[in-house]
Design a protein. Structure first.
Length: 563
């Protein structure tokens, strides 16, 4: 068995940034990732990263915009910390060599993004996540950080006191199982977009870290708040960056009308994402869409600007929709994109489960509350990757290795052997996943009805029952993706239950959670976080609640959110 002071699960921006802090602190840090680090989903982030680096902007303004965008359910101490640290985080990435787009004089270029009162989104054309990821990967290679590539974590191991002592990992390349002992484990596994049939996420985004933490005894927070991005491509759901609207793109319906003036008369297309998604869905429901979509019109920007600022978007539209954005509007629709919820942590990334930490989309700090502002997700990964990494390093230096129960490895081995030994008949994992994800889109989408949520919750028992009867077509040891997808499906079912039960239990509309039977926000009763817990005796998710962390500033008091 290998041992490391800190084991980081996930090699996206949050995991890499945390690893660098571990190196700086002189601890033994290792990363476990089920794909090569440069294929992490952070690479798909397009539009930009927020920071008040312009002298005319302010960190306080950034914090206010974030509190408002979160629909007054974000934790204000964490929001202020993120926005205060943002400028230095960006300039630090700049010093590492991140090739940001520039304006005359060499300053980092910034563009407008939704819900912001200043053009504070730094960017690198429409591939910002990619350049940040490559920059950090260079630093990790330089530092010689140990990376267990193409290894999927199957279980969090805890000692008799319930503290995390390591993980059980599965080597996808060989089929071997092995234990990794650590004084601390940091989950940086990203989101769970594959819970929904139509989503902007990679196929690897199956919420592994959240589900493993849930089963190990850590609470998840605010899972009902799922962000639907306004501009996913109609057919594939693949993301069209908010930067397209930041550069001046219009949203039009099938009649050619620019409709956002009806819904957000001041900010128009650059209202917050929840507002724009509901506006688009309303246009579609009321018959002003075409084939389930509305349109993003970039034609007036001109070919030169599109090719300079949005080249990837033009190519994606050409390849996947057969539309050249220089000459025709792009068909788009709201698509599941991001989780505001995740493993509950304090503002330093520590979960209530001793030895377990989380950062990035896998965590709920909560800086995004009920609705994330575009450009704040990359910022979240960089800022809290750094903060959590430093906190982990300081913590594990004071710890000794806890007892690692090897029976956890054998339990996982038995589970995988059972899946592989089943006869080739019955239900395939892909069929069950398609049914579950389709139900999530139907019952827990942009607009949620009581009947739909009740129907979704009623289906959970059937999904769990059918999961016990799935079979595999592939029984090999090496690169058995069929086996990996079957395990990941179990994670998705757990997270789907958290989302549905949380949405069913919250009788209000706030941010991305929009109930047709409760169209207004209820600050008196529901300005609080939902916590999801795994109850092993029931074999189900249970809920509790905790208050929002506030700092007492009058300007943060809840008010009607208009754009």
């Amino acid at each position: 068995m290998q041992s490391h002071d800190l084991i980081i699960i996930g090699a996206g921006l949050a995991g890499m940034r945390a690893a660098l802090e571990g190196v700086k602190a002189g601890i033994d840090v290792a990363i476990v990732t089920k794909i090569h680090p440069l294929r992490s989903h952070s690479c798909a982030a397009q539009g930009g990263i927020n920071a008040a680096i312009d002298p005319q902007d302010s960190r306080d303004s950034h914090a206010y915009d974030t509190v408002k965008g979160a629909d007054y359910i974000g934790d204000e101490d964490a929001i202020e910390l993120m926005c205060q640290e943002a400028p230095e985080a960006i300039l630090e990435m700049d010093r590492m060599g991140t090739p940001f787009s520039r304006i005359e004089g060499g300053l980092i270029a910034q563009r407008a993004f939704g819900g912001a009162s200043f053009n504070r989104t730094c960017y690198a054309a429409d591939r910002t996540g990619q350049v940040l990821l490559h920059t950090l990967w260079e630093q990790l290679v330089k530092a010689g950080v140990k990376v267990y590539q193409e290894c999927s974590v199957m279980r969090l191991v805890t000692d008799r006191a319930g503290a995390v002592s390591g993980v059980v990992a599965y080597d996808i390349k060989t089929g071997a199982l092995f234990g990794l002992r650590g004084k601390g484990v940091l989950m940086a596994t990203g989101g769970y977009g594959r819970v929904f049939l139509s989503n902007t996420n990679a196929t690897t985004n199956t919420g592994d870290g959240m589900a493993l933490a849930l089963r190990a005894g850590a609470p998840l927070a605010d899972m009902e708040f799922v962000q639907f991005h306004p501009t996913g491509l109609r057919t594939s759901g693949i993301l069209v960056t908010e930067g397209a609207r930041g550069e001046g793109g219009y949203l039009i319906n099938a009649l050619g009308e620019r409709f956002m003036g009806k819904y957000a008369p001041n900010k128009l297309e650059l209202a917050s994402r929840d507002v724009v998604s509901r506006a688009e869905q309303t246009e579609i429901i009321e018959g002003r869409g075409k084939n389930g979509a509305i349109f993003l019109d970039l034609r007036h920007l001109g070919a030169e600007k599109i090719l300079e600022r949005l080249p990837q978007i033009r190519q994606l539209s050409l390849d996947l929709e057969g539309v050249d954005a220089i000459h025709a509007p792009i068909p788009v629709r709201p698509t599941a994109h991001y989780s505001m919820g995740g493993i509950r942590t304090d503002k330093l990334g520590a979960s209530p489960l001793p030895g377990l930490y989380a950062a990035g989309e896998a965590a709920c700090v909560s800086v995004h509350g009920a609705n994330r502002l575009g450009g704040n997700s990359l910022l979240d990964t960089i800022v809290f990757g750094k903060i959590t990494g430093a906190h982990c390093a300081a913590s594990v230096k004071k710890e000794t290795f806890r007892d690692f129960d090897n029976s956890a490895v054998e339990a996982v081995r038995a589970n995988l052997a059972d899946l592989k030994a089943r006869p080739n008949k019955g239900l395939r994992p892909s069929a069950l996943h398609h049914r579950m994800a389709g139900a999530m889109n139907l019952h827990c989408g942009v607009f949620r009805t009581p009947e739909g949520l009740d129907a979704g919750v009623a289906e959970i028992a059937g999904w769990r029952d059918d999961y016990t009867r799935i079979h595999l077509d592939d029984h090999a040891d090496d690169f058995n993706i069929d086996l990996l997808r079957a395990v990941e499906l179990g994670y998705l079912i757990d997270l789907a239950e958290c989302i549905l039960r949380g949405a069913q239990a919250r009788p209000e509309s706030r941010g991305a959670h929009s109930r047709t039977d409760h169209p207004n926000r209820d600050d008196d009763n529901w300005r609080k976080h939902t916590l999801s817990h795994w109850d092993g005796s029931l074999g189900a998710v249970t809920l509790s609640h905790e208050p929002v962390r506030t700092v007492g500033k009058a300007e943060y008091a809840p008010k009607v959110r208009t754009y």
